[in-house]
Design a protein around this ligand. Structure first.
Ligand code: NAD
Ligand code: FES
Length: 300
């Protein structure tokens, strides 16, 4: 493994089955990053570029916290790294700072905010909730997971959120049901009022949260995680349709107005990127946005 000591792993915790948290020594990223932004990690000389949303950062220690699920071959390889070993590259901070962090203080103070964190998406929610508390703003948080063993960062979230509500699909912990059941319970049954919902999790979850919150008339911010390659707006891999505009998650996002996101298109693109034929089809259709040879669409 690489000799580069700048990106050394200083902490590794298994949060749940196949979900890992790591602190990485990356002083330059730690000095400049904010909630909502992401990094691109390359483990070794042969490693793929892996985009991960920042879960936490410690400016004094010079560390950045990442959370990932070891599902594909690249992330499984990451999970084999241990404390003291180092990654080859750790580029960031990339993308835009979270909308709430950029909002003027007086405006944010007048808003009731609910975070909806789904599964591994709890990791990118955490720095936003922490930032809110540290800057004098309150927020509630729903953590949704398939079952008890997949609930992550609950204790950490409780330190910063005013109220944390846990829901599991199988009812093994907290409320039984998906995150929409929890949103309905809070807003319709308990009559809680929220002005802004921030939903981060699987695309299918964000899609259905947005359908519900549109009906309820509540502004909703989502963090999109399409395929990313270069992370600089050049390759077109992370292209999304937002309202009637084309946007690139890596430079324009990853946060967007959830009520404007074309989720069906985004999910279709995600599945097309998994096959060589699908990649070629995207390249033929979107030629001019794929103007950079670094993109995986260019197989030749
Ligand atoms: P999961 O499948 O365990 O689901 C998490 C929560 O979403 C659960 O509470 C579940 O009930 C809810 N959910 C799922 N489908 C829903 C629907 N149709 N309506 C309402 N709620 C629904 O999540 P997981 O296995 O941790 O998710 C992994 C996925 O999350 C990966 O695809 C990964 O790419 C994505 N992810 C996204 C981000 C992001 O920034 N948006 C960050 C990390 C991971
Ligand atoms: Fe966004 Fe390439 S990853 S344009």
């Amino acid at each position: 493994m690489t000799e580069n000591h700048e990106y050394t792993i200083t902490k590794k915790i298994k949060l749940a089955n196949s979900i890992y948290l790591m602190d990485i020594k990356a002083p330059r990223v730690a000095a400049h990053c904010y909630p909502g932004q992401f990094i691109i990690l390359i483990a070794d000389e042969k490693g793929e570029r892996i985009p991960l949303t920042i879960c936490d950062y410690d400016r004094e220690e010079g560390t950045v916290t990442i959370v990932f699920q070891a599902l594909g071959s690249s992330t499984k390889l990451l999970a084999d790294y241990e404390v003291g070993e180092a990654f080859r590259d750790f580029t960031g901070p990339l993308g835009q700072i979270s909308e709430l962090v950029k909002m003027p203080g007086e405006e944010l103070r007048s808003k009731k905010v609910l975070f909806v964190a789904g599964g591994v998406g709890t990791a990118p929610v955490y720095p936003q909730v922490k930032w809110m508390k540290e800057n004098g703003f309150e927020a509630d948080c729903i953590i949704g997971a398939r079952s008890k063993e997949f609930v992550i960062l609950e204790e950490q979230m409780k330190r910063y959120a005013k109220n944390v509500y846990v829901t599991t699909d199988d009812g093994s912990y907290g409320m039984k049901g998906n995150v929409n059941d929890a949103i309905k319970h809070l807003i319709i049954d308990k009559k809680h009022n929220y002005d802004i919902i921030v939903a981060i999790g699987p695309m299918i979850m964000m899609k259905f949260v947005c359908i519900l919150t549109k009906e309820l008339g509540i502004k909703t911010i989502v963090s999109m995680n399409p395929i990313m390659v270069d992370g600089t707006g050049m390759c077109g891999a992370c292209r999304l349709t937002i309202g009637d505009e084309i946007k690139f998650a890596c430079v324009d996002g990853p946060e967007f107005d959830g009520h404007l996101v074309n989720f069906d298109e985004a999910m279709k693109r995600l599945s097309m990127y998994k096959t060589v034929e699908g990649k070629k089809l995207l390249r033929e259709r979107e030629g001019d946005t794929h103007h950079h040879k670094g993109c995986e669409c260019h197989d030749e």
